[in-house]
Design a protein around this ligand. Sequence first.
Ligand code: ZN
Ligand code: CU
Length: 477
Amino acid sequence: MFDTLIRKARIIDGSGAPAYLADIGIKDGVIVAIADALDDQATDVIDAKGLWLAPGFIDVHTHDDLNVIHNPHMLEKISQGVTTVIVGNCGISASPAVLAGDPPDPLNLLGDQAAFCYPRFSQYAEAVAQASPSVNVGALVGHTAIRNNHMDDLQRSATTTELEAMCSDLRGALKDGALGMSSGLAYGSAKQSSTDEVIALVKELGAAEAVYTTHLRTEFDGIVEAMNEAFLTARSGKVPLVISHLKCAGKGNWGRSGELLQHLEQAALSQHVACDCYPYAASSSTLDLAQVTDETAIFITWSEPHGEQAERYLADIANDWKVSLMDAARRLMPAGAVYYCMSEDDVENIVSYPKSMIGSDGLPNDPHPHPRLWGAFPRVLGHYCREKGALSLPMAVHKMTGLSAGEFRLHNRGLIREGYCADLVLFDAERVIDSATFIKPRQAAEGIEKVWVNGVLSYQPGATQTGRAGQFLYRQS
Ligand code: ZN
Ligand code: CU
């Protein structure tokens, strides 16, 4: 007797292998049987004829640290077929963190000072378990967050004493189950940290068999040097590396994706490297003066001093105010922005590259979020896979599931196998597509039919949500 029996789905198992037809039996949150035809009884029998069944998608790049606690339904993710989120990317994490005042940029992407109430990683993990979100949660420790715990001035490298305190924070979090550490070296609050500072921390990761992810020191002209720094850092700590949201940012950089991917392949000959990416030619973050340019459009999503200018282009605001783009940006800060800084060809190249995982980089607190928050995964399947033929369906699914579970060392997830956790998404490959747009970003995708998290039915379009069965995923060695 199964809890759930899914009949006659086309199984895409997450390994990259072609689809096959089978029945799947689920019991106590686990896939217990896979066969041509299962005649066992089940509480729930799903006729999945004509649909595709994949492992639940793993969103490896998120800033959902506090969202999974404050908004545990996580509709923006579960409606895409996402069943696991990795939080704490880009150097930004909700824990372990103690704030003496307002969160410095970009920690402010997560919330205000009061939102940072988890000085210990174990407290954060418990809060997530208590909130019982719809999706599983694995967490990285943010380099910038632990810098901010111990440094009174982020515009310099850490002293030996500060670095020892940061290492101690990181060791504690790793002991309590953190998956690894992220850095955000392009941001002002981490840019002045030396490579040696980061290496000292990454060495702690090596000892714990954890991973290092990095938002490179630059994604603009100096990106190859920034990649080299990341390779060196990961090699020094003997850890696997994930380059976050790999992209060719800035017009001067367009057309270089082939070169960057080749550079990554070259490094992969001697160390373990991977990357993540989101399927859009526009980025989004806090408004950064270093990225203000008249070459490509910048859209303001929020502004603390000038809320009335939100949802307008920076160029129009500057025009109205009769000031330069730079002066307008200065007046708007702190603010959020969407930067149309990439070329479509580069995005397609990186999305279809076999070692790139899909990560949304969605910003759940943004009042007018980049559409990747609601649309990243269906957009890969619908737009890049079906419409453009840039990659095969099994490969696209692999880059959202098996590959991701492997890189982040998530045990018994990311594949459809007997004994694996029943995180599953049933979808229509002929219809699946993102609905969220830059104008209307909060729209659930089409073609995602059913989503199970740990065996519990957790999403069906139009139905009131049922399951809240996500677990906190502690690092296992
Ligand atoms: Zn980032
Ligand atoms: Cu990010």
